[in-house]
Design a protein around this ligand. Structure first.
Ligand SMILES: [Zn+2]
Length: 312
């Protein structure tokens, strides 16, 4: 049982408290982490479902691990565990100790949104340390060394790797994780550089009962346009695209998603754009940044309420 504190403090999200600093109305019957091996089932056909068949949902825990300006997001529901991105090579040890602390000894699936070093850098060390059930990759072939290193690790470690070319739906405990290609074709910039890979990021959504999350990778303007054109609608919690940078259409994204909680994976050295923060504040979205808060944990039990806590 989560022993959170309800706080009716100012909105707009700040991290003045380290523990359970903000709790939206929620029934606090959240199933916490587990140590056993879970599984992720292919749910493309809409087939069901999590283990127990009991009426109460096991809920979801989303942990935005603080890797500075980079992504490494742990999803847990029941015994199932998925990691979205791996942070930097340099932060892999921190990620592994964070996972160990949570009793995670196996990843049912690993989603790599795109091949930038702040998303794939930790892949080799993490996949060497943990058993990884399935790896989902964006469909493009990059031209830079990060792409080459990623594919080398995938090959060396026998990870397989499924390229996501169309919507892919997985059952994660009581939750459904859906992975989408961004809809923007990758274009190499011909300099052996990363091209428009941010816009080619995989996007993921997670739903559990009334709870809903959107993980927007590093989408920039074109990627956000493509996302908006697909008309995915509302999500309560958004992991903001591209570490909170301000694209010309971030306001449209926020208006379309209408989030209640925003998570930003930025760093003190390279913080989120002030304009993005303003847009969120103006819309009364509770905003949590890794630069302020360290690791951010959002828990929900499927009732549409969330408990947010932070850890340094
Ligand atoms: Zn990034």
């Amino acid at each position: 049982m989560l022993m959170g504190r309800r706080v009716s403090g100012p909105r707009g999200g700040s991290c003045s408290r380290r523990s359970f600093l903000h709790v939206l109305p929620v029934a606090l019957g959240v199933s916490l982490l587990t140590t056993s091996c879970g599984r992720v089932e292919d749910a493309s056909d809409g087939s069901a479902v999590g283990a127990s068949g009991a009426s109460a949902l096991e809920g979801v825990r989303v942990t935005c691990i603080d890797v500075g300006k980079g992504d490494c997001i742990l999803l847990q529901s029941g015994a199932s565990v998925v990691l979205i991105d791996t942070g930097y090579q340099e932060t892999a040890d921190e990620v592994l100790s964070c996972l160990a602390k949570r009793g995670v000894g196996r990843l049912d699936a690993l989603v790599l949104t795109h091949y930038d070093k702040d998303h794939v850098g930790g892949l080799r060390a993490i996949a060497e340390a943990l058993e990884v059930g399935a790896v989902y990759l964006p469909s493009y072939e990059g031209a830079d060394k990060n792409y080459a290193m990623t594919m080398e690790a995938v090959e060396d470690l026998g990870l397989g790797g499924e390229r996501v070319t169309a919507e892919r739906s997985l059952r994660l405990g009581d939750a459904r994780l859906t992975i989408y290609p961004s809809g923007v074709a990758y274009v190499d910039d011909a300099n052996g550089d990363e091209g428009n890979d941010n816009d080619a990021s995989l996007v993921a959504t997670l739903t559990c009962g009334d709870d809903s999350y959107l993980f927007a990778g590093d989408l920039e303007e074109d990627g956000i346009d493509a996302y908006l054109a697909a008309g995915h609608g509302h999500f309560d919690v958004i992991k903001m695209p591209h570490h909170g940078e301000k694209g010309g259409n971030v306001d449209e994204l926020i208006d379309s998603v209408e989030p209640r909680i925003a998570l930003i994976t930025d760093s003190a050295d390279d913080p989120a754009d002030k304009k993005t923060l303003k847009l969120l504040k103006k819309r009364d979205v509770d905003t949590y940044r890794t630069s302020d808060c360290g690791t951010i944990v959002v828990e929900g039990d499927g009732s549409g309420g969330y408990a947010v806590s932070t850890e340094r």
